[in-house]
Design a protein around this ligand. Structure first.
Ligand SMILES: [Fe+2]
Ligand SMILES: [Fe+2]
Length: 455
């Protein structure tokens, strides 16, 4: 199979520049528009027969397409690099099926003066572009970075490492340094402030072998998203995120035999396990540059809304909203990670379970908000579309809960797609890729939901 050549990559850039220029002056049907778009879609289509996705964008002012960097660009490529930078684009992913229509809409948006870095994402959504997407959907352990130096997947890995590092410092008898946690919190908060749904899919990654680290990061993400969904200020988001990441840090002080015991704990063992909340608060109290309310939230994350939890001595304390947000996030991740008969509880069922303990164990208002945030089809839900394709919900729509972003994983005949296709179900002016018909049990389709978020 032939690789993508430097000349092909350059041709893509030049054709895109030409298209941007011509759409400003001519209608779509004009040859000056049609010709470059036709050639562009042809080349991209050819590339997409060799790779599942094609990425292009700008790194440090340099245009790239896949492996090709244009350090000494011709004027047309340089113009594109400037244009992408001006629109705040660091990367674009192109998917199979890319067509002239989508390329025309994309070029038109890049040409418009009133489209800025701020409103480009929503304009992309509005214009119904389906085969081009801003950013790179990297595998979780990839190392993409965006303009702020933080892509969701990289941030997830950074967070895992920060939690792991903090815990191992404690195990080695040191007071952990908060710099690493604070740096990753900055990244997570920046990504979430732009769009509270950005990190949510990553919280569906379940790693049973590294449960504590994985669970900590997921709780950090879910708590942060819930706080952002309610429009809390930045410093509140930072502290909530930190509290989520560190909520179980006191488990470093629990005997490993108890911590990793597969069966039910004896009542003595359970008493020991319960001390992780106060141990965690104590550790945090000793760390520099961590707000005291993070320690409060960690201390209180098992006290429960109706004060029936632990530590018993702390039940009389006031439970701040941050503490209760962490408790809601903790509960959701624990339930969706649960495997009874090795079947994880589905997101929708987890929300129903939480609603049953809302007002007693959990703060009812927050459970309601959490349900609202996750939408009718929570991330991780498998759905059947009216095209008869089967898709996985990977991202809620920020406003419209019946129109999430999905990954199509089975075609209309039920055959698995080699390369799942990202599609937004939202559209405007009557054009929409498809609608959701029903939810589907992943077991019936033999689908391992978590694996789609981890790769
Ligand atoms: Fe806990
Ligand atoms: Fe927990």
């Amino acid at each position: 199979m032939t690789e993508i050549t430097h000349l092909d990559a350059q041709r893509v850039a030049m054709l895109l520049t030409a298209s941007i220029k011509s759409v400003t002056f001519y209608p779509q049907a004009h040859p000056a528009v049609r010709q470059p778009l036709q050639e562009l879609s042809g080349i991209l289509d050819m590339m997409l027969h060799r790779k599942p996705e094609i990425h292009f964008g700008v790194v440090e002012g340099v245009f790239f397409l896949e492996d090709h960097l244009f350090v000494a660009p011709n004027s047309s490529v340089a113009e594109l690099a400037d244009r992408l930078t001006a629109k705040g684009i660091d990367a674009v992913t192109t998917y199979p099926g890319v067509n002239q229509e989508d390329l025309f809409r994309f070029a038109s948006l890049l040409a418009r003066r009133d489209v800025t870095a701020d409103n480009l994402p929503s304009e992309m959504e509005r214009s119904g572009i389906r085969t081009l997407r801003l950013g790179i959907d990297q595998p979780v352990y990839g190392d993409a970075s965006d303009a702020d130096g933080a892509a969701p997947s990289k941030t997830y890995l950074d967070a895992l490492n920060a939690v792991r590092g903090t815990m191992s410092e404690i195990e080695n008898g040191r007071i952990p340094d908060s710099d690493r946690i604070n740096a990753v919190v900055d990244d997570m908060v920046s990504l979430t402030i732009k769009d509270h749904t950005t990190l949510l899919g990553l919280a569906m990654i379940k790693d049973y072998d590294n449960y504590t680290f994985n669970h900590s990061v997921n709780v950090g993400i879910l708590a942060l998203a819930l706080a952002a969904f309610q429009g809390m200020p930045r410093d509140f988001l930072r502290d909530t995120n930190t509290a989520g990441l560190l909520h179980d840090i006191g488990k470093t002080g629990i005997d490993k035999k108890i911590l990793n015991k597969p069966g039910k704990l004896s009542s003595d063992e359970y008493e020991v396990m319960k001390t992780h909340a106060e141990k965690g608060a104590e550790i945090i109290g000793g760390m520099k540059n961590i707000s005291p309310r993070v320690g409060e939230a960690v201390l209180g994350h098992h006290i429960r809304h109706n004060r029936t939890g632990y530590p018993e001595w702390a039940r009389g304390r006031e439970l701040g909203v941050m503490t209760e947000i962490v408790a809601v996030a903790d509960c959701y991740d624990a339930i969706t990670t649960l495997r009874s008969y090795s079947v994880p509880v589905l997101p929708k069922a987890a929300l129903d379970m939480m609603r049953r303990i809302s007002g007693t164990s959990l703060n009812g208002e927050l459970v309601e908000k959490f349900g609202e945030m996750m939408g009718n089809y929570p991330v991780g839900t498998l759905v059947r579309l009216d095209t008869n394709e089967i898709a996985l919900v990977v991202r809620p729509h920020p406003m419209e809960s019946t129109l999430p972003g999905v990954k199509i994983i089975l075609d209309s005949r039920g055959d698995a797609l080699e390369y799942p296709k990202m599609v937004s179900l939202a559209a405007t002016e009557g054009t929409r890729y498809a609608s959701i018909v029903s939810t589907v049990d992943p077991l019936l389709k033999n689908v391992d939901v978590g694996s789609y978020f981890a790769t």
